[in-house]
Design a binder for this molecule. Structure first.
Ligand SMILES: Nc1ncnc2c1ncn2[C@@H]1O[C@H](COP(=O)(O)OP(=O)(O)OP(=O)(O)O)[C@@H](O)[C@H]1O
Ligand SMILES: O=P(O)(O)OC[C@H]1O[C@H](OP(=O)(O)O)[C@H](O)[C@@H]1O
Length: 183
């Protein structure tokens, strides 16, 4: 039987660079994959590769127990499909972009679950979200207002700053994974 894969949650405020760091880490370490999330966001929104669902379809799948984790943020629903459990059982190591609000559930449900918290100062977040241009000014303000959301009590997170070159944060995450090698 394959050794259980590791799930690594990447969290932090909107604009901190979760998707950018995850993609670069996965590109640098072919043995690490990315979890494809279900989101009630239009398919052509750009950014990460995700499964675009209508709100009705999302709620149907959520009620049917098809998500390992799900949450609501920024007016959208997000879900992590249960297939992740099978991929982990097959020995795949995976990075997943999570809301800070679901970390306690993730830690309780997934053996060996690990959290990496990315940080950057508020003005840096604001500049990046404006430059990315995926959201309106009003939506960006809402995301920035949520930036200081505290980690739930009891969550052990390894902290990586992404306030300089992206390559520095990617190297820091890779070093953390090396320190405690993903089996
Ligand atoms: N170190 C960096 N230096 C400069 N720009 C960066 C850096 N990291 C990320 N970015 C840019 O900042 C923007 C936000 O990054 P990204 O979408 O990866 O963040 P995120 O944390 O996934 O955000 P969200 O939670 O809103 O999806 C992107 O345009 C990305 O190219
Ligand atoms: O503030 P918290 O709850 O930690 O994160 C909430 C959500 O914000 C980001 O959404 P997106 O990736 O921009 O769609 C994260 O991926 C997460 O789903």
């Amino acid at each position: 039987m394959a050794q259980q894969g590791r799930l690594i949650g990447i969290v932090g405020p909107s604009g901190v660079g979760k998707d950018s760091v995850m993609q670069a880490v996965a590109a640098a370490r072919p043995g690490i994959g990315l979890v494809r999330r279900a989101i009630t966001r239009p398919a052509d929104a750009g950014g990460e590769d995700f499964s675009s669902l209508t709100e009705a379809e999302f709620l149907h799948r959520e009620a049917a127990g098809q998500f390992l984790l799900s949450w609501r943020a920024h007016g959208l629903h997000y879900g992590i499909p249960c297939e992740v459990t099978e991929l982990l059982a097959q020995g795949e190591d995976l990075l997943v972009n999570l809301s800070r609000s679901v970390l306690a559930e993730a830690q309780a449900r997934i053996p060996g679950f690990r959290t990496i918290l990315l940080t950057a100062p508020a003005p840096v977040l604001a500049a990046r979200l404006a430059a990315r241009g995926r959201e309106s000014a009003e939506e960006i303000a809402g995301r920035l207002a949520r930036a200081g959301f505290a980690l739930p009590p009891g969550i052990r997170a390894e902290v990586v700053r992404n306030d300089g070159a992206l390559a520095q944060a990617v190297a820091a995450v890779l070093a953390l994974l090396e320190e405690s090698p993903v089996p």
